[in-house]
Design a protein around this ligand. Structure first.
Ligand code: G
Ligand code: G
Ligand code: NA
Length: 254
């Protein structure tokens, strides 16, 4: 209840910051990008995780404004990295349903790209499978508009949306992210292994890039490499990092 009152203030005072989790290509031994993860840096309560405040931002409609600030910050970071010579680093930004259904989103994106003058290919929008079920026609149009700007689109938490795979024939996206629940089942049984192999193969047949999430152990990596999935993200490589730590990570591993 306290948080509800605080959340309005937090937007005007820009108390939101971004952490960045590395995404690596384990085959080529390099960093391909980062996923931007929103944090509420509250002056009194400290760092509040997204699961606690994103629903609040959604129900109050503030997510549209915070989303704009988030994308802008992410693009400014891309530009800073570019200026430091890291000009092949991608940035993934999460979008929520309410943003996808906001009239302003495409304009916001256009505006940010024009202002920051970054290569739109550097930016990837992550959406979850469950959003697609809300209103697929609107959704398909929206994603096409976004992709026309040159921005890439990725399906997050792939395999957990209980949705029919038929949407894959109508939706134009660039990549999928295998949900961490599948990765964590690797080696725990033939069925789990078969499912993740099938997801990788499905992506390949659809000509989509695949990123495995939640990679924590050596055995996850060897399984993924054997099955030709080389892009990975997870605690094995790094937890989400502050801006400072992400810079250190880049200078160390790039
Ligand atoms: O890092 P982690 O606990 O922080 O993230 C929890 C969830 O919050 C993830 O499922 C992630 O997709 C979501 N999330 C993180 N940042 C953002 C954001 O900027 N916008 C939206 N809509 N969701 C986000
Ligand atoms: O839903 P999304 O994929 O955006 O969620 C990212 C969330 O997953 C964040 O909360 C992040 O902190 C968490 N995360 C990232 N890597 C790992 C991992 O290797 N293991 C676990 N359990 N969680 C992870
Ligand atoms: Na995500």
């Amino acid at each position: 209840i306290r948080l509800e009152r605080e959340v309005f203030k937090s937007v005007t005072e820009e108390q939101f910051i971004l952490h960045y989790q590395p995404i690596v290509n384990q085959n080529q031994n390099r960093i391909v990008g980062f996923e931007a993860l929103l944090r509420w840096d509250h002056p009194e309560f400290g760092m509040i995780p997204p699961n606690e405040f994103i629903p609040l931002l959604e129900s109050t409609g503030l997510i549209v404004q915070v989303g704009y600030q988030t994308i802008k910050k992410a693009c400014q970071q891309i530009k800073t990295w570019e200026q430091n010579g890291f000009n092949d680093i991608k940035m993934h930004v999460n979008l929520s349903v309410r943003q996808l259904f906001s009239e302003e989103l495409v304009l916001q994106l256009e505006n940010i790209l024009a202002k920051e003058k970054i290569n739109p290919k550097r930016l990837t929008i992550e959406i979850t499978e469950s959003m697609i079920m809300e209103d697929s026609d609107h959704f398909i149009n929206m994603l096409d508009e976004i992709r026309k700007l040159g921005i890439e689109v990725s399906i997050d938490d792939f395999g957990t949306g209980y949705s029919a795979l038929s949407y894959l024939t109508r939706l134009n996206v660039d990549s999928i992210k295998i949900d961490q629940s599948f990765v964590q089942q690797v080696g725990c049984g033939d069925k789990g292994d078969a499912v993740i192999k099938s997801i990788i193969s499905l992506a390949r047949h659809l000509d989509l890039n695949v990123i495995a999430e939640g990679v924590e152990e050596e055995r996850h990596i060897s399984f993924l490499l054997e099955n030709e999935c080389s892009e990975m993200q997870g605690f094995y490589f790094s937890k989400p990092l502050t801006e400072y730590e992400a810079n250190q990570y880049l200078f160390t591993y790039h």
